[in-house]
Ligand binder design. Sequence first.
Ligand SMILES: Nc1ncnc2c1ncn2[C@@H]1O[C@H](COP(=O)(O)OP(=O)(O)OP(=O)(O)O)[C@@H](O)[C@H]1O
Ligand SMILES: [Mg+2]
Length: 548
Amino acid sequence: MPAITEGRRSSNRKVPKAKKPKQLKDVQERRPTVRRPGPRGWLGRGRGEANVIQPVDEWRGTTIQVCGLHPFSVGTGTPMIGVPLGLQLFTGATVCADPISWFQDAGLISNPSVFVLGLPGLGKSTLVRRMAAGGAGMGNLPLILGDLKPDYVDMIRALGGQVITLGRGRGHLNILDPGEATAAAERLRVAGKEKERQQVLADAHGRRHTMVSALLTILRKEPPTDREESIVDRALKVLDETHEGVPVLGDLLRVIQDAPPEVRAVALDRGDDTRYRAITEDLEASLISLTSGGRLGETFAHHTDVPMLRDRPVVYDVSSIDDSDTDMQAAMLLACWSAGFGTVNIANALADAGLEPRRHYLVVLDELWRALRSGRGMVDRVDALTRLNRQRGVGLAMISHTMSDLLALPSESDRMKARGFVERAGMVIAGGLPGAEMPMLTSAVPLSRAEQELLTSWQDPGAWDTGTGRETEPPGRGKFLIKVGGHPGIPVKVELIESERAINDTNKLWHPETVFPEPDESNPVFGLDNAGNVDTKSGGVGLEEGAA
Ligand SMILES: Nc1ncnc2c1ncn2[C@@H]1O[C@H](COP(=O)(O)OP(=O)(O)OP(=O)(O)O)[C@@H](O)[C@H]1O
Ligand SMILES: [Mg+2]
């Protein structure tokens, strides 16, 4: 590059200065003015003015890298604490959310619970599976206390957790089994923690008593009388003092039949044997039904086959129970909840005493509408759970279809309580919902008109693709609006990752390979053609081997 001489410099500086006004004027006169559209296009009617300016896509990066992009870097508008769910629908920013992280680490919600609403098949269980699997990576153990479909078994298995199968002829859950309460109480006694020990034992006793009453209620369609409740309570205490090992319902029945003085005292038989028999007759009949394969079968009357562990993810697979078998479903769910929360309480007591690390659990109640409708007492149990989950140290994820499902319960008090589940939830996640839902939903969670329109736009079914002859994916699949109180909702599209797809197939029964299973010895009828192929093949191989 030639050096700039003093002369050139001065001429550069001075000459244009003197001639500038004239030259500029000439140029302007010669060149036609070019008008360019602004950021909204050509302004004015009929010129295609854009009302909305498309927001720029957002990406996330580390502070060290992103600072080089100054001034285009900004803090994200979505919380970055919790399980990564997917991308914000409009900005493309990463969205992270799960009830435990948002409560414990971010302080964004007042209690660690989430209520997920949306029409069937839009991906509610998939969303909660993501939260549970991601949470497990952060140390929050998922507990699926009654999987009615089953939607979570594959995930729990993939996480190395415990799958407990229950159902008629498929395993037993002894409702009188104190679980690990006895062993935990012994550990607490050795450690000199008498208060915690008393609590664990009292909780185990109360839990067993509640379960016996719940089963009697389901069996008789009405709750047991006060006197019967006292008899069961006292008989359980007698059983604890006299019985060696873990008792079953048959042992409780025997104690009541034996009429020990403690039980007679609360039965108020006034020393009359005949009167005692008359007072305990109904109770005896109900217990006989529970122990000898009555309407609820023998599932609860034998020793527990697989005790629940408290240091790993657990799912109770109760999917074999038919939907029409509502009594059995209710009884099974109550028994699973009882066993699950018993285990959580023991874990808490041991952690309080410093004997074990503190564990947090994410309890998932999927298909809540089915659980609530399945029988008396279910609404109250969930109600208690939603109020106490913070104190118990558990996160809670509840899933249902619509508000109308919750409000279709027979009694007014149950309907009010069910509405409270949504109102009290720390965060509400809504997927595609019909317009008729909006008044009910907005009465529980404030939603702006734009948010309501977004939710109704996600309810449509997929379009019919004439090319492939199949329906395309529904537009609302995997799309959710995360609402925390009156804050603006965060719309998110849940993105499945490759390793998730295998545990995410809730349509297994509809796949051809399951409908027409591969032949095996136990199933020689299907695929005889295949069987022939196999034979030919092996023959061919044999020939080849022979020829060689
Ligand atoms: N984000 C997603 N991306 C792709 N596919 C998805 C996504 N979410 C769900 N799916 C698929 O959609 C189907 C239904 O999902 P899922 O069972 O989670 O729906 P659901 O809302 O829980 O339905 P239901 O109300 O009947 O329980 C599944 O086959 C699942 O693999
Ligand atoms: Mg589901």
